[in-house]
Design a protein around this ligand. Sequence first.
Ligand SMILES: Cc1cc2nc3c(=O)[nH]c(=O)nc-3n(C[C@H](O)[C@H](O)[C@H](O)COP(=O)(O)OP(=O)(O)OC[C@H]3O[C@@H](n4cnc5c(N)ncnc54)[C@H](O)[C@@H]3O)c2cc1C
Ligand code: SF4
Ligand code: SF4
Length: 1011
Amino acid sequence: MTNNLTQAPKLDSSLQRRLALEIQGATHFDPFSLGRYATDASVYQMMPLGVIVPQNLEDVRKSFAIARDAGVPVLPRGGGTSQCGQTVNNALVIDTSRHLNKLLELDVENRRCVVEPGIVLDHLNAALKPHGLWFPVDVSTSSRATIGGMTGNNSCGSRSIRYGTMRDNVEAIDALLADGTPLHFGPVAPDLATANKASPEHDLFRDLLALGAREAEEIRQRFPDVARRVGGYNIDALVPANGIPANGIPGNGAALNSETAGGNNLSHLLVGSEGTLAYSTRIELRLSPLPQTKVLGVCHFASFYEAMDATQHLVSLDPAFVELVDRTMIDLARDVAMYRPTIEGVVRGNPEALLLVEFAGDDQNENLRRLKELGERMGDLGFAWNKDGKHWGGVVEITNPSEQSALMEVRKAGLNIMMSMKSEGKPISFVEDCAVRLTDLAEYTARLTAIFDKHGTRGTWYAHASVGCLHVRPVLNLKLDEDLRKMRAIAEEAFNMVAEYKGSHSGEHGDGIVRSEHHERMFGTRMIRSFEEVKDRLDPEGLLNPGKIVRAPKMDERALLRFGADYKEADFRSLLDWSAYPGAAGGFQGAVEMCNNNGACRKLDAGVMCPSYRVTKDERDSVRGRANSLRLALSGQLGPDALTSDDMIETLKLCVACKGCKRECPTGVDMSKMKTEVLAARIGKQGLGLHDRLVAYLPRYASYASKAPWLPNLRDRIPGLAKVMEGVTGFSARRKLPKWRSDSFDERAAGMTGEAAPAPDKREVVLLADTFNRYFEPENLHAALAVLNAGGYKVLFAQAADSKRPLCCGRTFLSVGLIKEAEIEAERVIDALLPFVERGVPIVGLEPSCLLTLRDEYGALFPGDSTRQGQVAKIASQAVLLEEFLSREMEAGDLNLDLKPVAEKAFLHGHCHQKAFAALTPVQRVLGLIPDLEVETIESSCCGMAGAFGYGTETYDTSLQMAELSLLPKVREAAPDDLVIADGTSCRHQIADGSQRKAQHVAQILKSALR
Ligand SMILES: Cc1cc2nc3c(=O)[nH]c(=O)nc-3n(C[C@H](O)[C@H](O)[C@H](O)COP(=O)(O)OP(=O)(O)OC[C@H]3O[C@@H](n4cnc5c(N)ncnc54)[C@H](O)[C@@H]3O)c2cc1C
Ligand code: SF4
Ligand code: SF4
């Protein structure tokens, strides 16, 4: 087994050819693709032998048959978000998430459905919602976790105390055995009366049930008596049940499932088997009614120990969950502007721990009654607001649904903030889901904290108190042998302690590589032999995800770690400032390593990240796929010059630099900035093509083009010329280019003054005219000027010392990787703006991508130059979009705009960079000043135009597909009199091209509303 691509075994070329020929879906054998499937959300890395993206079930069957013929192992994969290394192997990876993702059957009356394994939980629940149903195993990765993967891991949601784990909610599984036999695993009668006696199914089921009968006593003795046990195989499901719960433990698969009904449900053996026993092709699920109402009680504690001790008493009130948020997380959230109001609105005093207790059901009065009971229970336990010391505490009641979700967002964000730690040491998941009985919880958490202390590390506690399964990740740097040794020592001490409590060392995330080695401690030798017997009975040749659950390698085998023994420091000189991160290439390598593969960038709804993945659903086009490729390239695992190779450019090609990931990736991976760095390196090797040159240098030739606009405009006037030029320029003939005009914006002609007046004047602003509005839509700048003048502001303009050509932010240069040219532009801008900024004059811009460059990229353009960095910081603090400025003035009570109604309804599309910098709220606030205007913000990702992206011959189709995801369909819903509003030049162009609707900048709308 190996983690290194160069040493990994390879499929011989004839086998690759056979797979490519016989499989209808995609097959990948190139190093970049293999590397992208070499990791899950664990600390491990194992290079696949090949990747199959089956188009249909037949492809899976063929892949199995071909792999079996060649003796090649197979690894099923869903979202690849596992934390224990169960979704990595030197095997043929079968990615079900892209095509095998349908809801096949839905029986609303009996609350059942059948799905393909690749369906994502959130997508399933969206389809169930109109029927008042949901699939209630609400894992935190619901936006990308697949039902196949959840079944494989026996996943558990935060509400498992009410709904159980996957095992409690899976009714049956149609599976493919390693030898290709398709089998239905479901409820069977104890005497197998319903199974065909002559079938292989009968023999297999008979043997399995015989094993269950034989081992019944051992299972009763050794299976931990806790609500969360997902380790090992569920051989307790094989114990002849005869109507008696197999192990009598509610929430562990027995209380809710059909084993209680007098038989055994053999599908439960496959649940939690991590792809090692069979491949699930169809999964039948039990559904639950969607609770209509909820309330939340926020229990405050002055002592962490007391909180843990109280949990057992709160759980008896039958809540849907009890979730822990500890002091560290509260403090972290308080430091984040967007979460501060929630914390301040809810949290009283300085608690050491909060327990969030949810009551949910259809009867809100009943929820409220139980909420009251919660307060009484806290009182009975001795907690009161007026007490001191460890008995200080009480309950804050939250009945408002939006406040409830805001608090749950903070609970989730706490983990994200923790994961965004930029040091070499990172919170590592390996003891993070041990489960103990609630009576032991307080002592267990205290003792584990002491173990961390002993090893010189620490962890933040959070999550599922109600089922005794708390998450905690000690901070370690696994590149260091010393920390790897600590990982083993902590794991062994922690797991020994869990065994002492008769708990489970695997309570939520599964076994994979990190846990399997430790099973003997929990289950004993005899049980391990039984697990092996089950494995050998179902997969005699050991071809299904070998080395997981049974016969596993050591958890700390360096050869299996993402940071293996030969993990190299990058031999690369970065141009941008990455100094906030550790590691080589000035921190660039550390920034790339921030991706921990949690897969949040595979979500398809809400937010912006990641528009290209949303269109292609190809792992290559996710932020994770890109970050993994960069990490492997920088550490030399993809061969020499991989960073600047064609494969890398292909990997980054569909990244539209929307900065969605910068804001939405839990660890803040900023792919837009990384792409600029890679493009710069590529230019260093291969120079710059004509297309990119035409894009980048637009600000430098724009003034000439505007003097004879008819000439460049010929391209779109002479029929056929765009087609002729397409091959040379790389601009798609299907796209019209922005029209050059002779009336470009001229500050002096518009009556603005360029003098930096010496006396401070509170009502002065600088209007920064960007290249796009200046040359293509000067009316927007005129409108902004009119609005600012109407508001009583004196509008100034800044000019470069050379005053040869207007200022430009340099964005076009950054977009192709010409970092040095961007620096030249930035220096002109900084020098021109500094005198204004130093006397407190705000800098106001219209085009989000240009103005926000001053707040974002400028900070990275001058590594090591503290003078420039200081100037940039000053400018960034004063550079605002028009709406941000007006909104700020409004809040200060200084805005005087007399506006009249202009329309009844407006559809607003936010530019990606506005969203990335939380600059859309001010737009909504300012539009709210217009009387009688109802504004609907379109829930859209990137419009797809993204600067020059939408014009490219190779990217035109993807560009339109991005727009068609939600933006254009919504715009088409607008009535003729409705306004369509978009601040981005590219967004307006895309809307016009895709829907023939004219979208307007907010400045225009405000101007038309001036009385
Ligand atoms: C930030 C974060 C939060 C998490 N929160 C939770 C949580 O709240 N609760 C929880 O339980 N887990 C959680 N997890 C772990 C993980 O997200 C879940 O286990 C999830 O259900 C895995 O789904 P997936 O589609 O990514 O599975 P994958 O990782 O792709 O696969 C999981 C296992 O199932 C097997 N498998 C996949 N498809 C098939 C198939 N068709 N047939 C047979 N075997 C198959 C795979 O081989 C693998 O062994 C979290 C992980 C992260 C990174
Ligand atoms: S890029 Fe960010 S969101 Fe995507 S997997 Fe990596 S860490 Fe998660
Ligand atoms: S910048 Fe946008 S397109 Fe590029 S990786 Fe990030 S989210 Fe995806």
